[in-house]
Design a protein around this ligand. Sequence first.
Ligand code: MG
Length: 204
Amino acid sequence: MKIIAVGWNYRAHNTEMGRKEECGNPVVFLKPETALLKDGKPLFLPPFSNRIEHEAEIVVRICRVGKNVAPRFAHRYYDALTLGVDFTARDLQQELRQAGAPWELAKGFDGSAAIGTWIPKEELPIETGIDFSLQVNGNTVQTGNTCDMIHSIDNIIAYVSRFFTLKMGDLIYTGTPAGVGPVAIDDHITGYIDNKKVLDFNIK
Ligand code: MG
């Protein structure tokens, strides 16, 4: 199983991070399987960072093998969605970016890929847009709608499958909207898709 993630996919987030240029293609990176955080397990803050930030993202679950998938067929390659958190060691990421080094250490550490409860895609208004939100200690810190993605789910699947063969159970994190920020020990994280709670865990 592999975890594929897309960066810079919502304009308001790109603006808050000071990114002006827009890429023609999705910005893609990977997380290892050991990054997965599921079933409400806590995230233990790692000792190598002083600033772990939440990035709430719609996550897509791949349901069949796909290579060079055409955008018009991409919808057949995923069967469920949930809300996830692409936890990011922002201080380390900034160091790595300044050094021109890859992001993996800042993005792929243990527990950095939280996922919630799956919702079958038939139950969600994919065409008209899916609302999602993240709360820290009951305060809403991020809200988004999939209509605001720069690269749609179908286009992401088509693009990444040119490089990586998609396999059943692979996950794709589709980028975060504005409002990213740090988490601290004892924070309580909850997340919703269309007012349905799918994420609920603590920071330790
Ligand atoms: Mg992200």
